[in-house]
Write a protein that binds this ligand. Sequence first.
Ligand SMILES: [Zn+2]
Length: 114
Amino acid sequence: MGGEDPHIHVEVKVVRRDADVRDLMASTFGLAGDLPSQVATGCGLRVPYAMTSPRPGAVTCLACREHARVEHLRFADEVERLGSTPGSTITAGQAKLAADRHRELAAGFSGAES
Ligand SMILES: [Zn+2]
C-alpha cells in the first residue's frame, strides 16, 4: 500500500454512500469539512477519498467493481423485501423504484466497459 495505486475504487459502504444524506448531514451539522481523508475500499485497501467513486463508469479497480455489483444487488433485494412487508415505512412502489435503480447500478458495474 505504497500510495502508487492508480486505480479508482469504491468505498466499502458503496450503497450507503448517498449524496443526499451527506448533503443533509452537512447542512444540518456543518460536517462538510469532516469527510474522511482515507476510506476503506471494496477490495480491502485504504485509499484517499478522492480515489474512490460511486459511479460505475469511473471505477477501474476490478475487485471493487465486483464488490459494488454484489452490494447493489443485495440492497435491491433488501429494499424490495422491505416494500412487501406489511406496515413498512416505504410502499411497494417506492421499493420497486429503489430496487430498479440499484439493479441498474449493479449492471453498470458488471462489466460493459465503455
Ligand atoms: Zn479496489
